[in-house]
Design a protein around this ligand. Structure first.
Ligand code: 5AD
Ligand code: SF4
Length: 450
């Protein structure tokens, strides 16, 4: 029910977990300003699009949605319409030229300016805030949760922001700025609070999480690496499960590999973006590792944690990728046998090195063929791996009711697989034993034990 004197915000989120998490922070700020969230834009006084620009398609999707919001302004000229996230950061004030009905444009590093920007907009002035904040002194992580926030089973926790890599295809460094790491004390305190509120799992977030490095304020000589941070979280908080996304292969240290063998709270899963299995392509992508090094990391991880699931991102049809290069990726997939993959056709992004300097010379149909080939291969591998789990007993963290409303619970296994089973909704937030009974392409089915 909508109340007359209540202000509502509608926020639509595109892109990665970082954006999802940012949207949550935005909603918390807006709650302090008296807003409630709504799923119906027609009932909102504030409409926000938190956008993604990783590929042209994502950019286009966001832009076309923004174009359609004129109807809300026509219906009520006092409706405030804003764009934030990575498209806002990339296109900046040009969005106002393109969409004169927009009131707000703010980048991912400017979320804390929202109260000021809204104040401007309410006085019929446009609000623009698109600076990148690249130093720890100036950047505030907005994660610290107020006590009244209802706990979920699993929560995202930012540990760093930005990316200092220079992957030639990637827009992220230019829209998310330089790496800034959050202090270990702040991270540990937040996770401990989350655990006390009933959370079982923390997902550490960052554009390049394993580049994390910091110092503890009470022992300024000791460096806290990413692996050490995981150790601190498991020793000093009551959280049961630790996950993270996304790491970069070039920053996987021996200490992280060892942690997988020693730390029961660190879930046996890593999403380790490979991008290509051909050294020539990796070099042009400026990834900073070779095919051989990637395989060595995989071997190390499997030695430390034999059941670890390894998932990845792949790009097909990058500039200059020959049939032989593509074949190297295909063969590496056969050798490594990823548990699942996300695969994309290369999409040139203005402002990146590849866009400026390397010809996008793989034909669209060839990109499509290559994408289809690796997806088909992965379907076989995923199915084979999922079937091998039938009959196994696993511990599932119950996240929610299943999205298809079949009266089932949805749980996540330590290795990140999704499993559906019947059970009492009161179990949401609990870790329960489940026997795997059937395998599907992207999930498993099971029965609770005992
Ligand atoms: N074209 C296609 N895919 C891309 N990715 C990043 N930039 C591009 C691009 N320009 C993919 C990478 C990355 C994932 C988040 O998106 O695989 O890991
Ligand atoms: Fe999209 Fe990258 Fe921005 Fe995430 S960080 S929203 S994937 S452009």
């Amino acid at each position: 029910m909508y109340k007359n004197d209540q202000k509502y915000v509608y926020i639509r989120t595109f892109g990665c977990q970082m954006n999802e998490h940012d949207s949550r922070k935005i909603i918390l700020i807006l709650k302090e300003l008296g807003f409630e969230s709504t799923d119906e834009p027609e009932n909102a006084q504030l409409i926000l699009f938190n956008t993604c620009t990783i590929r042209e398609k994502a950019h286009h999707k966001a832009i076309s949605q923004i174009g359609r919001t004129t109807i809300y302004k026509e219906r009520d000229p006092n409706t405030i319409i804003g764009v934030c996230g990575c498209v806002a950061q990339q296109d900046k004030e040009s969005l106002f030229d393109k969409y004169p009905h927009l009131d707000l444009v703010f980048g991912p590093d400017q979320i804390n300016k929202l109260p000021e920007l809204l104040d401007h907009a309410q006085r019929k002035k446009r609000g623009l805030s698109v600076e990148l904040v690249n130093t720890p002194e100036e950047y505030t992580f907005l994660d610290q949760l107020p006590e009244e926030v209802a706990p979920a089973s699993s929560s995202f926790v930012s540990i760093m922001k930005g990316c200092n890599c220079a992957c030639s295809y990637c827009i992220v460094p230019s829209v998310r700025g330089k790496e800034v790491c959050r202090s270990p004390e702040e991270i540990v305190a937040e996770i401990d609070q989350l655990a006390k509120l009933g959370n079982r799992e923390a997902v550490l977030l960052g554009q390049n999480v394993n580049a994390y490095h910091s110092k503890r304020s009470n022992s300024s000589t000791k460096d806290v690496t990413f692996a050490k941070l995981i150790r601190l979280i498991s020793d000093e908080t009551g959280i049961d499960r630790i996950r993270f996304t996304s790491p970069h292969p070039k920053d996987v240290g021996e200490d992280l590999i060892l942690e997988y063998g020693q730390n029961e709270k660190l879930c046996p899963h890593i999403h380790l973006p490979l991008q290509s299995g051909a050294n020539e392509t990796l070099k042009r992508m400026r990834r900073g590792y070779t095919r051989e090094r990637y395989i060595e990391i995989v071997r190390g991880l499997r030695k430390a944690s034999p059941d670890i699931s390894i998932t990845t991102d792949l790009i097909v049809g990058f500039c200059g990728e020959s049939d032989a290069d593509f074949q190297m990726t295909f063969e590496l997939m056969e050798e490594v046998e990823f548990d699942s993959i996300f695969a994309f056709k290369y999409s040139p992004r203005p402002g990146t090195f590849a866009y400026e300097q390397l010809p996008d010379d793989v034909e669209k149909v060839v990109k499509e063929e290559r994408l289809e080939k690796i997806l088909a291969l992965q379907r076989l591998i995923s199915m084979k791996k999922n079937e091998a789990l039938i009959g196994k007993d696993v511990e599932a963290l119950v996240y929610s009711l299943d999205r298809m409303n079949r009266g089932l619970l949805t749980g996540r296994m330590p290795d990140n697989r999704i499993i559906h089973f019947s059970g009492n909704p009161d179990l949401i937030g609990d870790i329960v034993p489940v026997r795997v009974t059937a395998a599907h392409k992207n999930s498993l089915a099971g029965e609770m034990i005992g």
